[in-house]
Design a protein around this ligand. Structure first.
Ligand SMILES: [Cu+2]
Length: 635
C-alpha cells in the first residue's frame, strides 16, 4: 500500500496539509503586503490545548491555525503570525533579536555567490581545480566564534568544500582543505574568503554505489508476507494496533511526532502520552582545526530537520505490509512542497515476547511483534532515522538510527590531529557528538503527574545488610525544576518514573511509566564555550518542566547565531513546582562518535534512544493476553 489518501482532515492534531499551507502563506502575504524581501522561515500547526482537545469531538468544526515565522531580509527582523487555515491573519508579533534559520533559497544563492567569487575561483585554480562546478559546497551556520569584524549580528554561513573528480565520485573523500567562503545570507554577498594553502586534496576514492563497488555478497530471499493483511488500521492520522491507539504528527522543524498515546487495559482506554518528539539535535565537533570547530549545527533548530525528510521506498527502506503517509512543508520562498511516502507505518516480528518451560515440561511461548512509525532525513552528509516502536508489553521505544557519511577534513602534512581519525591517507574524520533532546509530554492516567528518580542503593554491611548483598531503592520526588536536572548513573541503575499520585494500582502504589536511559553520552565541550552556552541543555540528561505550550525547543525558538542561555536553562531558572502537575520530560541522549575506518565510506547504522516502560501501571504483564501463534507457524 502506498500513497495513503490525503486531505482527510478529521482531527485538530493532523499535520498541516498542502492546501492549508498554501492558504496560510497566501493569507499572511495579502494581509501584511509581504513581498520578495520576506521569506517563510517555518510554519507550525498551532496545536490546541488539552482542554480544547477534550472539549472537541469528532464531527465538530475544526478551528485550525498555524504559527508562521516570517524573515524580513531587509529589516533583519523575525515576525511570527498566527494565521487561520482559511488564510485569516489573527496576530502578528515582531520577535526582537531573533534570526531566521537557514532557508533553502538563500542557501542556493549563497552557494552560487561563492562559486562565482573570483577569490574562490583563483584559490580553486591554485589547487588544480579549474571548474567550480566540480566542487561540492555546503552552507553551514557558525556553530562557534564568528570571525572578528563579521560579528555585527548579520546572518552568516560558511562553505566547506569538496572536490568531485568524476561525476559520480563520493565527494567527501576529497575535502578541499584551507578554503572557505563566508557569505552574508541576506545580501548574498561573499564577505570573506579564507584561503590557507598547504592542504593536499586527499585522492583515495571512496565509492559506495553498487555500480562502483560491484557489491556481490548476497543471501537468499527473505520474504515478509502478511497474507491476511496488516494487523493495524489507519484512520486519517490515527493508528490503531493491538491495544494501542495514537496519532502520527509531523512538523517541518521536528519531523515525525507522536500524539495522544493510549492503551486498552482490559477494556479501559488509558492515557500514557500527549505528545512526544525529538525537539533538538545538535552535533558539537571536537577538532579545533579551522575546517571543523565551527561545525556545531543545530539540525533541528537551525535547519528545520523535517524539511529534509526522505521519500521512502517499499522493499528498501521498509519491508512488509506498509502504509505510507505523505507530508507537506513550506520552503523559504513560500512554495509548498509535498513529500510523498514520508512516514512509514508497519509491523515487525520482534522475536519472543515471553517464554517459560515448567517443571513438568510444559512450554508456553509467545512471539512478539512491534509496531513501527518511522521517517528518515538527510541533512548534508548525514542521515537520521527516527523510529518509534510500540510493543505488546505496554512499552514504547525511541531509536535514532544514524548513518550517512562522516564529515571529512584534509590533513596538513606533518601535523598531528589528536581529535580526528585518519581514515585514508591524509583524510581525517573529526571526533564529534550527536546530541538529541526528546520532549516527552507524558500524561499517565491524566495530566496531574509527578516525576520520581529511582536509584538502587546498597547499605553498608551491618544489621540492615548482614550478608552484604542486600540492596534497596531510594525514591526521590523531583519537586522543583532546579532539583530535576539530572544525569544518568549506571552505578546506581538510575531511572526516572512519571507517576500519577492520585491513581493507585492493585497494591496501592501510584501508577507510573518509567523512562529507561539507553546508550548515551555527555558533552565534551566546556560549558563556557560558544557551543556550550548555546546548547546548555546538553549538560543534564534529564530536565523536567511544567507543561507550557510556548516551551517547545530546548535551545530556544531561534538558535541560529544565538549567544546562548535560551530554552531549558532560561525557563527552569524560575524553579517552578513539578508536583502533581502536567509535566514535560526532556531527555538528552546521543553518541560520542570517534570515527572508525569501518565507518567509511558510508557509516553502518549506529543507534541511540530510550525506552518508556509501564512500572506499576498494569496489574500484570499485558503480554499474558497475547495469544499463542497459530499451529501452522509453530510446530
Ligand atoms: Cu557521527
Amino acid at each position: 500500500m502506498s500513497g495513503y489518501p490525503r486531505g482527510m482532515l478529521s482531527h485538530p492534531l493532523d499535520p498541516l496539509s498542502a492546501a492549508e499551507l498554501e492558504s496560510i502563506v497566501a493569507g499572511v502575504r495579502a494581509a501584511r503586503g509581504l513581498d520578495e524581501r520576506h521569506l517563510v522561515s517555518m510554519v507550525a500547526l498551532e496545536e490546541p490545548s488539552k482542554s480544547e482537545l477534550s472539549n472537541w469531538s469528532e464531527g465538530d468544526e475544526l478551528d485550525r491555525s498555524a504559527r508562521i515565522t516570517i524573515w524580513d531580509r531587509v529589516a533583519g527582523l523575525v515576525s511570527e503570525a498566527v494565521v487561520g487555515v482559511d488564510g485569516n491573519l489573527r496576530s502578528w508579533t515582531d520577535i526582537a533579536g531573533a534570526l531566521s534559520p537557514v532557508l533553502g533559497p538563500e542557501a542556493l544563492d549563497a552557494l552560487a555567490a561563492a562559486k562565482a567569487d573570483s577569490r574562490v575561483i583563483k584559490a580553486l585554480a591554485d589547487r588544480g581545480i579549474t571548474s567550480p562546478d566540480d566542487v561540492h559546497m555546503e552552507t553551514w551556520p557558525f556553530g562557534a566564534q564568528i570571525p572578528a569584524g563579521l560579528d555585527d549580528g548579520r546572518r552568516l554561513i560558511w562553505t566547506p568544500m569538496w572536490h568531485r573528480p568524476t561525476p559520480e565520485a563520493n565527494v567527501y573523500a576529497h575535502p578541499i582543505g584551507g578554503l572557505r567562503a563566508i557569505v552574508d545570507l541576506d545580501t548574498g554577498e561573499v564577505v570573506a574568503v579564507e584561503d590557507q594553502p598547504g592542504f593536499p586534496i586527499p585522492q583515495t576514492p571512496a565509492p559506495y554505489r553498487a555500480s562502483q563497488t560491484g557489491a556481490n555478497i548476497e543471501l537468499r530471499e527473505l520474504a515478509i508476507t502478511q497474507p491476511d493483511g496488516a494487523s493495524f488500521s489507519v484512520d486519517g492520522w490515527q493508528v490503531s494496533w493491538e491495544r494501542w491507539k495514537f496519532r502520527i504528527g509531523f512538523c517541518q522543524r521536528e519531523g515525525l511526532l507522536i500524539h495522544d498515546v493510549r492503551f486498552d487495559d482490559e477494556g479501559t482506554e488509558r492515557r500514557i502520552a500527549h505528545r512526544m518528539s525529538i525537539a533538538e539535535l545538535v552535533i558539537p565537533y571536537g577538532d579545533p582545526s579551522p575546517g571543523a570547530y565551527r561545525k556545531n549545527a543545530f539540525d533541528t533548530g537551525e535547519f528545520g530537520l523535517g524539511n529534509y525528510t526522505n521519500s521512502l521506498t517499499l522493499g528498501c527502506d521498509c519491508l512488509g505490509e506498509i502504509v505510507y503517509l505523505d507530508v507537506a512543508v513550506t520552503d523559504g520562498d513560500g512554495a509548498v512542497r509535498e513529500i510523498p511516502n514520508a512516514i512509514c507505518l508497519h509491523e515487525e516480528d520482534f522475536g519472543i515476547l515471553w517464554k517459560h518451560t515448567d517443571e513438568l515440561g510444559h512450554v508456553e511461548v509467545r512471539r512478539g511483534r512491534r509496531f513501527v512509525a518511522s521517517s528518515i532525513v538527510t541533512v548534508n552528509n548525514y542521515e537520521y532515522g527516527y523510529f518509534w516502536y510500540f510493543y505488546q508489553d505496554g512499552s514504547i521505544e525511541f531509536e535514532a538510527k544514524l548513518t550517512g557519511i562522516v564529515l571529512t577534513l584534509a590533513a596538513e602534512p606533518g601535523k598531528d590531529y589528536p581529535s580526528s581519525t585518519e581514515i585514508e591517507p591524509g583524510l581525517l574524520a573529526p571526533f564529534h557528538q550527536h546530541i538529541f533532546c526528546a520532549r516527552l509530554d507524558l500524561d499517565v492516567d491524566g495530566t496531574a503527574n509527578s516525576v520520581v528518580e529511582i536509584d538502587a542503593v546498597a547499605e553498608a554491611m551491618g544489621p540492615n545488610n548482614p550478608h552484604g548483598a542486600a540492596y534497596t531503592t531510594r525514591e526521590t520526588v523531583l519537586t522543583v525544576e532546579s532539583a530535576a536536572q539530572r544525569l544518568v548513573d549506571p552505578f546506581v541503575n538510575r531511572y526516572w518514573k512519571v507517576i500519577n499520585p492520585d491513581r493507585t494500582n492493585h497494591v496501592g502504589k501510584p501508577v507510573g511509566y518509567k523512562l529507561v536511559p539507553g546508550h548515551t553520552t555527555y558533552p565534551m565541550a566546556h560549558r563556557e564555550s560558544v557551543i556550550g552556552k548555546r546548547a546548555g541543555f546538553m549538560y543534564s540528561h534529564l530536565w523536567v518542566t511544567p507543561n507550557e505550550a510556548t516551551e517547545r525547543y530546548p535551545a530556544g525558538d531561534y538558535p541560529f547565531q544565538h549567544e546562548g542561555g535560551a530554552g531549558l536553562p532560561d525557563w527552569t531558572s524560575a524553579d517552578r513546582s513539578l508536583v502533581n502537575t502536567d509535566v514535560v520530560l526532556w531527555y538528552v541522549f546521543g553518541t560520542n562518535h570517534i570515527p572508525r575506518t569501518e565507518d567509511w565510506p558510508v557509516m553502518p547504522v549506529e543507534r541511540a534512544g530510550f525506552h518508556l516502560k509501564p512500572a506499576g501501571f498494569f496489574r500484570r504483564s499485558p503480554g499474558i493476553d497475547v495469544a499463542p501463534s497459530a499451529p501452522k507457524h509453530c510446530h
